[in-house]
Design a protein around this ligand. Structure first.
Ligand code: TRP
Length: 325
């Protein structure tokens, strides 16, 4: 039997190519190898300030984008965290074996509590315990995450160990599976990472015209001022992006042509844009087709939750029995 894999993503605003290259592409690639459960973690998203009226729309468009990227609900499970109440139930139980000092040590907590100073709530501190509950509820052994989540995974293992030591062997210790760190930099400023908070993203649902405008005006090798100046591809963010979207032949052709000033930046950007669209067009089109009929998306998510519930209920029953509840 394939090992079970779990991962979660927050329904926070528009998903961009950084998310795709850093995480989602990898999620899709893991589907044949594991029994994959992918979760839209809305209970995590409420630990920072947000607009309640927007939440359903954020969940819906994220779900459509995920399916558009290839998270195929026929081949894996996709659901919304708050549709399976055992997540928070298990989190409460796990709180009782979690040392609070560990929670204060979490880098993400320190960053977020500095960022949202004045509105730090207990949920923000407890965030990693809910994350541990997400994983342990399904006894998942493999968890694809980025570097920034390794500390949370270590804590999940410690929580599993402490629970098992106190109440008997219920949980396997989950292992992270690092997603190749794709550091996608902003097109307008290649010294800053592409991120929603900086507003410098290329969204997976963004219209091609608007994407071309961003690519067209993207910052390239700053030493290449005139068309006749030779460029240095390794100092150019546009060339880095070619590495993610373009064929080996295109890349082999572009690098020397740039160094010899045989092609200009605009031509190079056009090639990048065309290759990007080969990846992004089908994703956007599939997602938009789904969003044209939201009920279809909710049905996918309902089916996902229905598949999760029996597993979640069985784990909770086992947990309560072990704890004498
Ligand atoms: N904290 C994760 C992030 O910000 C999201 C997440 C929530 C998650 N629960 C999870 C990831 C369980 C992996 C497993 O990216």
């Amino acid at each position: 039997m394939a090992k079970r894999l779990f991962s979660g993503i927050q329904p926070s605003g528009d998903i961009h190519i950084g998310n795709y290259l850093g995480a989602l592409r990898n999620w899709v690639a893991l589907i044949p190898e594991f029994e994959c459960i992918y979760c839209i973690v809305d209970y995590h998203a409420i630990t920072i300030p947000y607009e309640p009226a927007e939440m359903q729309g954020r969940i819906l468009s994220l779900a459509a984008v995920l399916v558009g990227c290839g998270i195929d609900p026929e081949r894996c499970t996709l659901f919304v965290q708050s549709h399976v109440p055992e997540h928070t139930e298990l989190a409460w139980v796990l709180n009782s074996v979690t040392p609070v000092g560990e929670l204060f040590r979490m880098t993400q907590f320190k960053d977020k509590s500095a960022q949202f100073e004045g509105s730090v709530n207990a949920g923000l501190l407890d965030y990693p315990v809910l994350q541990a509950a997400d994983i342990l509820l399904y006894k998942a052994e493999v968890v694809p995450v980025g570097e920034d989540q390794v500390q949370h995974l270590e804590l999940s293992r410690e929580i599993a160990r402490r629970f098992n030591a106190r109440y008997g062997p219920v949980f396997p210790e989950p292992k992270e599976r690092l997603t190749a760190a794709a550091r996608i930099m902003g097109l307008d400023d290649p010294t800053k990472k592409m991120s929603k908070s900086l507003g410098n993203t290329i969204g997976l649902l963004e219209e091609p015209k608007s994407i071309w405008e961003k690519v067209r005006t993207a910052v390239t090798d700053p030493a290449r001022i005139r068309r006749s100046d030779p460029g240095e591809p390794t100092k150019c963010n546009v060339f880095t992006l070619h590495g993610y979207f373009s064929s080996a032949e295109d890349i082999k052709r572009i690098a020397p042509a740039c160094r010899a000033a045989a092609i200009g930046c605009i031509e190079c950007k056009k090639t990048l844009y065309e290759n990007m669209m080969k990846v992004l067009d089908p994703i956007r089109e599939r997602a938009q087709a789904l969003l044209a009929d939201p009920e279809q998306v909710w049905a996918i998510l309902r089916r996902g939750a229905e598949r999760c519930r029996p597993i979640a209920q069985a784990t909770m029953a086992e947990v309560k029995k072990a704890m004498g509840l």
